[in-house]
Design a protein around this ligand. Structure first.
Ligand code: PMP
Length: 382
């Protein structure tokens, strides 16, 4: 049948080998394949068909503020924020990028160089998302440079990346440098990961469909930007970098976000249509399994996270971070990544995040098969 045929194509399209009981389980990347189970159930409500004659022009909205932004995508982004209550959208420019990875580069371009013409320092408190240093430095730009841990940064001029909840450790963060320009990476500020405690209203906020709905392959992110001049510089960057952003992806993302919003607005009683409820349940189940096995091993620890009142779920909920920041508590191993690798578990070592080697980041967003094999292997260390 058509549905099965489509879902097997989807599965094939991950290009990842199946996880078996003796293969390496790769939880190094935060590949959000966990969400496939939800989207398999949505059928045509999230499907789009694009005729050969459409989306051919470079332009989406020539008269608009951002000429390559599809109006339908902007409409659904604003609607989603109003539904979830995680960010203020009124009074903000919406920009679109090829993943929030491109928008991150557009932001550091827009805010650089420093006032004296020297390269702008880009910092974030350790442990920080491992892509921040590599993406900042890969072109050895004269406009900006990675300057490391914000907690030990000495100086006035900087861009501080504030990732909250934080990749890798799930912490809720505020800017630590008062004189810096803060860029808020809110990729994980969604109710499946953490309590929504306020509608964020920072100057520059980055979001991505990758971690919200799981459509990482669509490569779409968006920014909410208050200041017009900053937004125009970001648009300029994307114009120079890729002459806009795939319209096909924007139309698909618009349809996906519309399906999410409709799931709550049109059929709130139908459990199978509520993405955040599905994802939350899944995350709670996974975290309960992980916490139990970590307690049983007696050799690992996880960060303490206090529960908070979530205005979206209207309930007090524990945080269920997208990554487990797993620390080895004994002295005999310095390279936890290497140790777990021998046990056929691939995770990303702490040194990549500005931390030490006794801690690793493990993705909590992979398939059920991969996650369950990971839990079995941890349990075998008891
Ligand atoms: N920010 C954070 C904190 C992330 O973890 C990721 C993805 N790992 C991104 C940004 C990039 O997401 P995208 O797929 O939209 O480029």
């Amino acid at each position: 049948n058509k549905e099965e045929e489509m879902s097997s194509m989807v599965e094939a399209s991950t290009g990842k080998p199946p996880v078996t009981h003796d293969s390496i389980v790769n939880l190094d990347h935060g590949d959000p394949t966990m969400y496939q189970a939800f989207w398999r159930g949505t059928g045509d409500r999230a499907t789009i068909v694009i005729p050969g004659s459409q989306t051919m022009s470079y332009f989406s909205d020539v008269a608009g503020f951002c000429w390559f932004l599809e109006p339908q995508f902007e409409t659904e982004v604003r609607r989603l924020h109003r539904l979830v209550g995680n960010a203020v959208e009124e009074g903000y420019h919406v920009l679109v990028g090829t993943g929030s990875t491109q928008l991150f580069q557009a932001v550091i371009y827009a805010l650089s160089p420093a006032a004296d013409g020297a390269p702008m320092n880009v910092v974030s408190p350790a442990p920080y998302y491992s892509s921040y240093p590599s993406v900042t430095n890969y072109l050895t730009s004269g406009l900006y440079r990675w300057a490391g841990d914000a907690n030990t940064f000495n100086g006035d001029n900087c861009i501080e990346l504030v990732c909250s909840p934080n990749n890798p450790d799930g912490g809720i963060r505020k800017a630590v440098i008062k004189s810096g320009r803060a860029v808020h990476d809110l990729a994980y500020y969604w109710p499946q990961y953490t309590a929504i405690t306020e509608a964020a209203n920072h100057d520059i906020m980055l979001f991505t469909v990758s971690k919200c709905t799981g459509h990482a392959g669509t490569r779409l992110g968006w920014a909410l930007v208050k200041d017009k001049e900053v937004a125009l510089r970001m648009i300029k960057f994307i114009e120079l970098n890729t002459i806009g952003v795939s319209k096909d992806s924007q139309l698909r993302a618009a349809k996906i976000l519309r399906a999410v919003c409709n799931g709550y607005d049109l059929s709130p009683a139908v459990e199978a249509n509520r993405l955040f409820h599905f994802a939350r349940r899944q995350m709670v189940e996974r975290w309960n399994k992980l916490l139990a096995v970590v307690a049983a091993t007696g050799i690992f620890s996880l960060p303490d996270e206090l529960p908070g009142y979530c205005t979206f779920f209207k309930d007090t909920i524990a945080s269920t971070a997208p990554f487990a920041w797993l620390r080895y508590e004994k002295e005999d191993i310095d390279d936890l990544e290497g140790f777990l690798r021998e046990k056929k578990i691939m995770a990303r070592g702490g040194t990549r995040f500005g931390a030490d080697g006794r801690v690793v980041r493990v993705s909590m967003l992979d398939t059920d098969e991969a996650f369950n094999v990971f839990i079995e292997r941890l349990a075998s260390l008891i």
